[in-house]
Design a protein around this ligand. Sequence first.
Ligand SMILES: [Zn+2]
Ligand SMILES: [Zn+2]
Length: 238
Amino acid sequence: MDHRCRRGRFCANREEVDGVIVGRAIPAEYGFCDTCARHVEQAVQALPQDYVQLNAILGGGSTVGGEPVRMTKDLPVPIRLHIEALQRSMVEEADAWAGSLARVLNVDWHPHGGTRPGWRLTRACRLIGNSLSAFLALRDEKHIIWEYGHRYVAPRDGLDGALNFLSLSYKARLFLGQTKLVHHLPVPCPRCDAMDLVREDGSELIECRDCNRTYSWTEYERLCLILVDREEKGLNVA
Ligand SMILES: [Zn+2]
Ligand SMILES: [Zn+2]
């Protein structure tokens, strides 16, 4: 049995094996493929900014952060509650993992009570983002979980945490309206080889989410032709 990227069918380099979509096969010592590990890193680094932007759409009267807000547009109550719950989850999750990480790395970490959540989140995400491989390597950490009004202690791995960060980041993007319909191209990026080319609905541009390069259709076609050409020449020489 192959060891595969923990992101499973959502893996950026997912493949089909016997009709089932699975994560890319990777060495046993890794939890994610390179691309997905980079996505985790990007999600963790962007979380504090997501939090601030969510504050902005909450407008006045946020009960979560008590932080300065810019917009005053009234949101329907259910959406407001969902956003506040999402913000709380961001802070709790980052706090929990930063605490575990600090213990393993033996760095000073005292999240004092009474500090602003946004500040705690920024601090926690910085620690996690700066020590991503140590975070992903965490095993069997005991965290206090709140679920449906119940509190219990659950053993969790850094990889569970990473999947949670991806999901928190995705949810933030949904609320912030940044999740657009994208088409995934079933071909690798001509420059970095990652299977991560997307085109937003209605857009002329193709973007590689791995190396962040963008291509126009013509440019993309030209690069593909060059690659094919080169491969054919390589074959002819051999
Ligand atoms: Zn992956
Ligand atoms: Zn690329």
